[in-house]
Design a protein around this ligand. Structure first.
Ligand SMILES: [Zn+2]
Ligand SMILES: [Zn+2]
Length: 214
C-alpha cells in the first residue's frame, strides 16, 4: 500500500524559520498524540507535553512542530523539557492519561545518511542547504507511515500535576523588582529573588518515562 503524503501547513515552516525534517516529525507526532488522546488542538492550558529532548543536538526542532500542531506551547507553560537527549515526548491530558512517542531507531538510522545531514555536519545552516535536498528529506518524513516513524505507548495511568497558576507577586527586598511568589527566597530575613539570593533555581521535572505510571 502506498502511503499518502502528509500535509504540514506552510505557516509552521514560517514560524519555525527553515525547512528541516524534525519540525514536521514533531508536527506529525502532535497530530497522532491528539488522535490517541481523543482531543482537539489546545486553546488554553489543558494538554501538557514532557519533551525528552536536551540541548546541543539539532533534533530540538521537533518541539516547534509539536507546539504547532497541538497548541501546547512553551509560552503557555505546556512543555516541560526533561533534558534526556532522546527524540521522544509524552503527552498528558487531564482525565485521559498519557501517551509516549519515541522516534524509532530504525527511522533515525534511515535519516542519518541523507545529504541534509552531510551539509549540517559541515556546519551549513538548514536555510542555506539547497531546497531540493531539504525537500527530499522532508518528503521522506511526510510519506513515512506512523508505524515507520514512532513507537507509541499508551499510558492510561500516567498522571502529571501541573504547577498551579498564580498571580501572587511581591517586590524583591534587594533589587525591588516584582517576582512571582513561588520564586521568592528568604535570605537574612528578607524576601528576595533568586539572583539576589545566590541560590540555584529549583524547578525541574523528573520522571522515568519507561518504568513509571504503568
Ligand atoms: Zn528545524
Ligand atoms: Zn532581587
Amino acid at each position: 500500500m502506498k502511503t499518502q503524503k502528509f500535509q504540514v501547513p506552510d505557516w509552521t515552516y514560517e514560524f519555525h524559520g527553515h525547512q528541516c525534517p524534525f519540525m514536521p516529525i514533531g508536527y506529525r507526532m502532535g497530530v497522532v498524540a491528539m488522535e490517541k488522546l481523543g482531543i482537539e488542538r489546545c486553546k488554553d492550558h489543558e494538554l501538557h507535553v514532557l519533551s525528552e529532548m536536551g540541548v546541543g543536538h539539532p533534533q530540538g526542532c521537533m518541539q516547534d512542530g509539536i507546539m504547532s500542531s497541538t497548541g501546547a506551547t512553551f509560552g503557555k507553560g505546556l512543555i516541560e523539557k526533561l533534558n534526556y537527549g532522546k527524540v521522544a515526548a509524552t503527552f498528558w491530558y487531564p482525565g485521559k492519561g498519557g501517551v509516549r512517542f519515541f522516534l524509532k531507531n530504525e527511522f533515525q538510522e534511515k535519516l542519518a545518511p541523507h545529504d541534509f545531514f552531510k551539509y549540517r555536519k559541515k556546519g551549513v545552516e538548514p536555510s542555506d542547504i539547497p531546497t531540493e535536498v531539504s525537500q527530499d528529506i522532508i518528503d521522506i518524513v511526510l510519506t513515512a507511515s506512523i508505524d515507520e516513524l514512532f513507537t507509541i505507548e499508551m499510558l492510561p495511568n500516567f498522571n502529571y500535576t501541573p504547577v498551579k497558576g498564580s498571580f501572587a507577586k511581591a517586590k524583591c527586598e534587594v533589587c525591588d523588582e516584582y517576582t512571582f511568589e513561588r520564586y521568592l527566597r528568604v535570605k537574612e530575613g528578607k524576601k528576595v529573588c533568586i539572583p539576589c539570593s545566590n541560590q540555584e533555581p529549583t524547578e525541574h521535572v523528573f520522571y522515568h518515562p519507561i518504568t513509571e505510571n504503568k
